[in-house]
Design a binder for this molecule. Structure first.
Ligand code: ARG
Length: 472
């Protein structure tokens, strides 16, 4: 029975009995925090180098420790490392095996606690996680820019309230998504910068009495500013209690999830028989077990569903931290699964979106049919009247009356007869107003920054290409 006698190898000094088997199961985190192994070994290697640098261990001891850690990492990456729940977490699993294999390993934990160790591991993890998500974001943005450029000639209705509003180019709609993802990319870059500060040396809560060199470790781990100066945390209590980076990261993922979900929703609508603006590739749709004709946009629905999960992860972290007294509390062991999950799910969604949209086909015929409704240019007609000197509010009313008339007579707006309009406003007499219903003219007129005119859209496509090739 593990509960009797069998003392915990790392912290068991003051214990007469080891933890009960139930407690061993309950308190282990190695089943999930082994994801941190690479960062833990990176941190330990830097720490060992620092201990030698300040003379707390010899150069030989340092070399033995570093070689031991390197060999452990090789075994972990090859799947040949035996993880033990009795050793609780990733940190103690690695340290335990190191101590079994390298006598100097017993000196590695000098002037260090698992509290500053895990804080360091997670900052290293988050920094890399942000870079990975940013790469996936850039790949998706490039897919969207390609799709926009290849379909630059297609116009479709833009919607407000899910009612046809005004014509836009498909490219302008796709580039609206690119804007959303560009904000996400910026947000992840900010998170990466926030976490890029070294907490090692904070110890459990109050640092150490030993003569450690915190800046040395920070430099070793590349926790440096743009000028290469080390960045280290300035309060040992905050450093081990702080989980802001985790929350910032989960927030960046959750908001990116919201953006992905809105894209997915547009695509689901567009892919329906009612719209038929787009067809998704077979590879990213699935069939029905009953209805042979079905081709369902499950990839998009899953993206929409997973965005809820990303919000849940953020909320879990908020709730976990909110009532905690300073500093470290074991509750915080539960902070890792939501972070790991957010990374995995965000990346998966971004990659699936890129795959599905990369193979998507816009249906030019259906888009043209939908955008042909002249009522979509009712606002352009009001603008025409404004150019004739009619105050906008009056113009709005006049065109509103024309829309009502067209509805009553069941004729398209641009086919109303001149004699029926005379009474409405003299500016309508000449019949010249019909020119506004030339769609390509209407689009070309939208030619100021941020607008959907073809020249503006092309400018944006070029700008995105430039920016994305600079990043990539
Ligand atoms: N496995 C622990 C965690 O993830 C490491 C820190 C443990 N510290 C402690 N004081 N028990 O939070």
């Amino acid at each position: 029975m593990a509960g009797k006698g069998n003392k915990q190898a790392t912290w068991g000094g003051r214990y007469r009995k080891g933890p009960s088997p139930l407690m061993v199961q309950f308190s282990e985190s190695v089943s999930f925090d082994r994801e941190l192994a690479r960062y833990d070994i990176q941190g330990s290697t830097a720490h060992a180098r620092m201990l030698a640098h300040v003379g707390l261990i010899s150069a030989d001891e340092r070399d033995a420790i570093v070689a031991g850690l390197t060999s452990i990492l090789e075994r972990i990456e090859a799947g040949r490392f035996e993880w033990k729940i009795e050793s609780e977490d990733v940190h103690m699993n690695i340290e335990q095996v190191l101590r079994d294999e390298v006598p100097a390993g017993a000196k590695l934990h000098t002037a260090r606690s698992r509290n500053d160790q895990v804080a360091t591991d997670m900052r290293l993890f988050l920094r890399e996680a942000c870079a990975l998500v940013m790469t996936d974001l850039e790949a998706l943005m490039l897919v969207l820019v390609d799709l926009a450029e290849n379909n630059a000639h297609i116009l479709l209705p833009g919607y407000t309230h899910l009612q046809r509003a005004q014509p836009v180019s498909a490219a302008h709609h796709l580039l609206a998504w690119v804007e959303m993802f560009a904000r996400d990319r910026k947000r992840f870059a900010q998170v990466a910068d926030e976490v890029n500060v070294c907490p090692l040396g904070s110890g459990a809560i109050a640092g150490s009495t030993l003569p450690i060199d915190r800046e040395f470790v920070a430099r070793e781990l590349d926790f440096v500013d743009a000028e290469g100066r080390p960045r280290i945390t300035q309060n040992s209590m905050d450093a081990v209690a702080d989980r802001d980076g985790y929350i910032d990261f989960a927030h960046a993922c959750a908001l990116c999830g919201v953006h992905m979900s809105r894209v997915a929703e547009d695509v689901i609508l567009w892919n329906s028989a009612e719209f038929s603006f787009v067809e998704l590739p077979d590879e990213y749709t699935t069939g029905s077990s009953l209805m042979p004709q079905k081709k369902n946009p499950d990839s998009m629905e899953l993206v929409r569903g997973k965005s809820a999960r990303l919000q849940g992860n953020l909320h879990a972290l908020y709730a976990m931290v909110k009532g905690l007294p300073l500093t470290y509390n074991r509750d915080l062991q539960e902070d890792k699964p939501p972070v790991f999950d957010s990374l995995r799910q965000t990346r998966a969604c971004l990659q699936v979106l890129a795959g599905a949209l990369g193979g998507a086909c816009l249906n030019g015929v259906r888009c043209a049919e939908a955008v042909a409704d002249p009522a979509l240019l009712a606002t352009d007609l009001a603008d025409y009247l404004v150019k004739q000197g009619v105050p906008f509010r009056d113009a709005h009313h006049i065109v509103g009356a024309m829309v009502a008339m067209a509805e009553d007579k069941a004729t398209p707006l641009d086919r109303l007869r001149d004699e029926d309009l005379k009474a409405l406003h003299p500016a309508l007499e000449s019949g010249q107003w019909r020119e506004v219903f030339d769609l390509s003219r209407a689009m070309a007129a939208r030619d100021r920054p941020g607008m959907p005119g073809p020249a503006q859209v092309q400018t944006r496509i070029t700008a995105w290409r430039e920016e994305l090739s600079r990043q990539g």
